[in-house]
Design a protein around this ligand. Structure first.
Ligand SMILES: Nc1ncnc2c1ncn2[C@@H]1O[C@H](COP(=O)(O)OP(=O)(O)O)[C@@H](O)[C@H]1O
Ligand SMILES: O=C(O)C1=C[C@@H](OP(=O)(O)O)[C@@H](O)[C@H](O)C1
Ligand SMILES: [Mg+2]
Length: 181
């Protein structure tokens, strides 16, 4: 069933935000509900490299992972009407932000450190949270990254206390209020 006009976008949606802000969940919902092709960056990189993200950090190092993120974003920029779930570190590189903005809108998902801690406590697949799985540790990294996140964002959506479905509705409402230039 083709996308109806209301939700067929002439650009890509890039979801950015801290670990646990809900990028993967919101992207998966947008993919299912509005039939937008989905690119989950972590998954794509892990598949191509034949190992998990933690293993990649362990064996090849973070810089290798960051280069893989940039290469993938450059590949994705020629698409249209896709939703890309970015890893939380993507906006820290200016070249990544340029690639996203070339043909996309950047949606920043935010949540309080307390909310993030609740959401990430369930698994250990985020190497950068090792040793900082507490409110203070999350807050410190979040504050360090905030300027890059905010500079990259076309729209910012607070996610605390909202269901994924509500967040997706808010994204489209806010986009419709924004010229699709
Ligand atoms: N709006 C939300 N409300 C409650 N839990 C959420 C919400 N968004 C995501 N989660 C949960 O938080 C965890 C991290 O979500 P995820 O989508 O993987 O975040 P990210 O991709 O930004 O790291 C998952 O267990 C997910 O089910
Ligand atoms: O914030 C980061 O630097 C990272 C976030 C992770 O993705 P999520 O934000 O989906 O957890 C993943 O890309 C990697 O562990 C690095
Ligand atoms: Mg994710």
């Amino acid at each position: 069933m083709p996308m109806n006009e209301e939700y067929s976008l002439p650009y890509n949606l890039f979801l950015i935000g801290f670990m646990g802000s809900g990028k993967s969940s919101v992207a998966a919902y947008l993919h299912r509900k509005y039939e937008m092709p989905l690119f989950e960056m972590d998954e794509t990189i892990a598949e191509r490299e034949g190992m998990s993200i933690p293993e990649l950090f362990e064996t090849m190092g973070e810089e290798y992972f960051r280069a893989a993120e940039t290469a993938l974003l450059i590949e994705l920029q020629s698409n249209q009407n896709t939703v890309v779930s970015c890893g939380g570190g993507v906006p820290m590189r200016a070249c990544n932000v340029e690639a996203m903005k070339r043909n996309g809108k950047v949606i920043l998902l935010t949540a309080s450190p307390e909310t993030i801690l609740t959401r990430v406590s369930g698994n250990d697949n985020r190497p950068l949270l090792k040793g900082r799985k507490n409110v203070a540790g999350i807050q410190a990294l979040m504050e360090q990254r905030r300027p890059c996140y905010e500079a990259a964002a076309d729209l910012t959506i607070a996610t605390d206390g909202k269901k994924v479905e509500e967040i997706c509705r808010e994204i489209f409402q806010r986009l419709q209020g924004t010229p699709a230039d």
